[in-house]
Design a protein around this ligand. Structure first.
Ligand SMILES: Nc1ncnc2c1ncn2[C@@H]1O[C@H](COP(=O)(O)OP(=O)(O)OP(=O)(O)O)[C@@H](O)[C@H]1O
Length: 851
């Protein structure tokens, strides 16, 4: 204890044992407690043996590891040997001195926290901006927000540069805060290196990550995938940063090609830069990198292949590379409408000088577009449609520019090509579809043109062609003289149109006011006037109180009103409203109708709607489309008179107070009712469609039109005799016209395609009949009683999608003798396979046939 070099060991720190085994047991049960043990064996008077046992685990003290050999083993050895020598010599003062000294060596390099966890930590910080940026860009694509802005006139360049400016500012601030926090927390790397040197590394790195996010977002179509993509980049980045910190590939033993490829991934450059900056301040006497030293290799680095200034250059160059690639991929990867530019679009000089070069095509890069079969020119069946077509064709041929025409659609056709997509194991084929089959129509200025039609008629496709969302297959559309087929024309069109799309395209996080502000700016309104215009617009659509609320919390009707306001902002010359009042309550709907009515002045409006009332009230002209073609065109009255079933006459009786049905709903027949019914039957041969105590309602077919003047004059003269209080005469509703046209179109298509449906007879037999066929002869029913067999009349209704379905059939009746005999066939067995029914032309059915 007294011989320990340096200072004696106090007795409380020493334990003694009888045997080696006792020592081992004690050491085993008290690990890391005792640094060393001495074993003495006194062999004889001149020989004393001893053994040394030490703990070989190095222990860190204040960041420094103590070497057990120097610290314990040698001192124990010296102490033991001194004591043995003294004991053997018998001189208690006998002593010798041993001095121990390490070789001189450079200061030990302890990797700093900045070198070990710094790269991952700062990569994690930059991932916030990265994921946010990707998800913002993808959400704008996914929700068609970007498309909406483009239609309203936003240039791609403005879109990209506005994002870049915003992200540039955020990145600048975040880099500033990172550097300042590093200094506040007294990290040597931040304190000793030049402020600008550190700040620029963080700024350029984060900007680079933003460029990388821009590029990656072109490949992702769902915003929910952006977090997954961000996380994957983080994991990969963390691993490659560890590899970078270990020295790969920034040393002379690795080829430059590896270094170039490695440096394309921004986290690797950050890891290398932090490595250089941290090692420049790691030994206490190092002073860090000054601005003037960014081009020099750090003094501690022996195998230096890259300097801080090289890293700056790399970060700047790769940022521009990502940014350019982001714009390129954004153009060549199909957008949300499946439309893209050609892979070599940038080789077209027109693209750079703004004269064309923006031609778009459909289908993905890896999908083969099948050839679209040519559509045969169809001559319209309807005389009004034919006349309109001839007018437009004549104007086109003669180059007549009618100043009153806002939109001239010249044989517009659109076919969605069939595509073949090559998946992992199979090819997916879709067949081509002709959505528009040659439209020829003029939309006049100061008028509202209403496009009606069943679902899938082609209304939205027409609008998409007019707004450039989808490329036109054939024909053209001129909007105020600008062609929708030409990119220069389309750029001009977008400055003069306002669109309210079928589905609300709004940012949940922006308020109504901010939306209007944004679109007013896109429309190029002078900044000074925007505030006033936005306020006026909010008042118009009654959203003043909700102006500052986020659009995400608006009701469906409020969102629609905001979409209408957006369409009207900036005083567009053509306003396209695709089902603008869907989801609105009746009061709001009427209010929006007023807005639309007011908006007609000085501009053309194209409206599509499924509300016949809306079409009736707002439209100056109406066209009904079905299966990609115009079926009729004209004013509401013209359509009703031509395609309605006729006139509706309503006769009210005096004595009825409110004109409503009796409470039990039963028809009440009075002598007056009977007299009026007889009068109608005698003069017009019609029966009431509806009758009750208060009134009688008749549908009078068009063919009796000539009799009406005389008939109603006489009815009016006999009003008091019949007890009539009021007579109303009107045309049938637009809805009826719509249903008739849709039915006709459905029939045509079914006949052209030879589509069949199965009719189940009351007898249980199944027969196949063409869709829409009215009288059907049942094969195999010929008998002595009915030598020509029997037939049924089939009743048809249209379902929600406009398709015809069988609603029932009449009882079986004998086929009249004037009908040609059916081809002879074996009798149909019950519930056997369906046989084909024989279609009997209605003209062959005599008047005795029941309906
Ligand atoms: N990208 C596409 N690829 C293939 N077919 C399409 C595509 N877009 C639309 N169609 C088809 O074109 C037809 C016309 O569609 P469109 O959206 O123009 O109808 P619509 O008259 O607007 O119907 P709705 O009243 O339901 O809005 C439909 O049969 C539709 O399936």
């Amino acid at each position: 204890m007294a011989n320990n070099p340096g200072r004696p060991i106090p007795s409380i720190k020493v334990k003694s044992f009888e045997t080696k085994d006792e020592v081992d047991v004690w050491l085993f049960s008290n690990p890391m407690y005792c640094p060393g043990a001495l074993h003495f064996v006194e062999r004889n008077a001149t020989v004393v043996s001893y053994g040394i046992q030490t703990n070989s685990t190095p222990v860190a003290k204040r960041g420094q590891y103590e070497d057990p050999t120097f610290k314990f083993q040698i001192p124990l050895q010296i102490a033991a040997e001194r004591e043995i020598a003294r004991s053997l010599i018998g001189d208690p003062n006998f002593s010798w001195v041993v001095a121990l000294k390490e070789f001189a060596h450079p200061p030990e390099e302890i990797p700093s926290a900045m070198q070990t966890v710094g790269p991952t930590f700062f990569l994690a910080i930059s991932m916030f901006g990265f994921v946010f940026q990707m998800s913002s860009l993808i959400t704008e694509k996914e929700l068609k927000l970007r498309q909406a802005m483009t239609i309203m006139g936003l240039y791609d360049s403005a879109y990209w540069f506005s994002w870049l400016t915003w992200e540039g500012i955020i990145t600048l601030l975040s880099s500033l805060f990172i550097t300042l926090f590093g200094m506040i927390f007294q990290f040597d790397m931040f304190l000793k290196n030049n402020f600008a040197v550190i700040f620029l590394i963080f700024f350029l790195f984060q900007l680079n990550m933003i460029g990388f996010a821009f590029m990656l977002s072109a490949f992702i179509s769902k915003s929910s995938s952006s977090t997954t993509a961000g996380f994957s980049i983080f994991i990969v980045g963390s691993i490659t940063q560890i590899v970078t910190a270990a020295g790969f590939p920034y040393n002379n033993s690795i080829g430059i090609i590896f270094r170039i490829i490695w440096s394309l991934f921004p986290p690797n450059l950050l890891a290398k830069a932090l490595g250089i900056l941290a090692s420049a301040t790691s030994p206490p006497h190092d002073t860090g990198i000054k601005w003037s030293g960014i081009t020099k290799c750090p003094p501690n680095e022996t195998d230096c292949v890259i300097t801080i200034s090289d890293i700056y250059k790399w970060l700047v160059v790769t940022f521009f590379l990502w940014f350019v690639l982001a714009i390129y991929f954004d153009n060549i990867i199909p957008n949300v409408s499946g439309v893209r530019k050609s892979v070599f679009y940038f080789l077209n000089p027109g693209y750079w000088i703004g004269k064309g070069g923006n031609k778009v095509q459909e289908g993905g890069i890896c999908s083969c577009i099948g050839s679209v079969p040519e559509q045969e020119p169809l001559t319209p069946d309807d005389e009004d449609v034919l006349e309109e077509e001839n007018t437009v064709k004549k104007q086109t041929r003669e180059g007549i520019v009618d100043p009153n025409i806002a939109v001239q659609i010249r044989g517009l056709s659109k076919s969605y090509p069939g595509t073949t997509k090559f998946g992992c194991c199979r090819c997916k084929r879709t067949s081509p579809y002709h959505a528009l089959k040659g439209l020829w129509v003029n939309f006049s200025k100061d008028q509202l043109f209403c496009l009606l039609g069943p679902n899938g008629a082609g209304k939205t496709t027409t609008i998409n062609c007019l707004t450039g969302i989808t490329p036109v297959t054939g024909g053209d559309a001129l909007i105020y003289g600008n062609s929708a087929r030409n990119s220069v024309g389309m750029a001009k069109i977008r400055q003069i149109i306002g669109v309210c799309p079928q589905f609300d395209i709004l940012w949940d996080a922006l308020s109504g006011k901010e939306h209007l502000h944004l679109f007013a700016s896109i429309k190029g309104l002078p900044p000074a006037s925007i505030k006033v215009v936005v306020q006026k617009s909010l008042v118009e659509v009654r959203l003043t109180e909700a102006a500052k609320m986020r659009a995400g919390s608006y009701s469906g009707g409020m969102k629609r009103r905001l979409s209408v306001a957006i369409a009207l902002i900036g005083d567009p010359k053509l306003v396209i409203l695709d089902e603008p009042t869907t989801g609105m309550d009746p009061i709001t709907r009427r209010h929006v109708w007023d807005i639309i009515e007011d908006a007609k002045k000085g501009r053309a409006i194209v409206l599509t709607t499924h509300s016949m009332e809306e079409a009736d009230i707002l439209s100056d002209r109406i066209a009904i489309m079905a299966k990609g073609r115009l079926r009729c065109i004209g004013t509401s009255i013209r359509l009703k008179s031509r395609f309605g079933t006729g006139f509706i006459a309503n006769v009210s009786f005096s004595g009825s107070t409110n004109g409503q049905s009796p409470p039990n709903g039963d028809a009440v027949t009075t002598p007056h009712h009977e007299a009026v019914k007889q009068f109608f039957k005698y003069h017009l041969d019609v029966l009431p469609r509806e009758e009750n105590k208060a009134f009688l309602t008749y549908v009078i077919p068009h063919d009796r039109e000539a009799l009406l003047t005389k008939f109603f004059k006489e009815l009016q003269d006999r009003e008091s005799e019949f007890g009539i209080s009021d007579i109303q005469l009107g045309l049938t509703t637009l809805e009826e016209v719509f249903l008739n046209i849709a039915r006709q179109a459905e029939l045509e298509t079914a006949a052209a395609e030879g589509r069949l449906v199965t009719l189940t007879l009351t007898s249980g037999a199944l027969i196949e009949i063409p869709i829409g066929a009215r009288f059907i002869g049942i094969p195999g029913t010929e008998s002595a009683e009915n030598p020509r067999g029997v037939m049924v009349e089939v009743y048809w209704v249209q379902d929600d999608t406009g398709s015809l379905c069988i609603s029932g059939h009449s009882p079986e009746t004998p086929i009249p003798p004037n009908v040609e005999p059916m081809p002879s066939r074996a009798p149909t067995s019950r519930r056997s396979l369906p046989v084909h029914g024989v279609v009997i032309h209605p003209d062959q059915i005599s008047s005795t046939t029941t309906h």
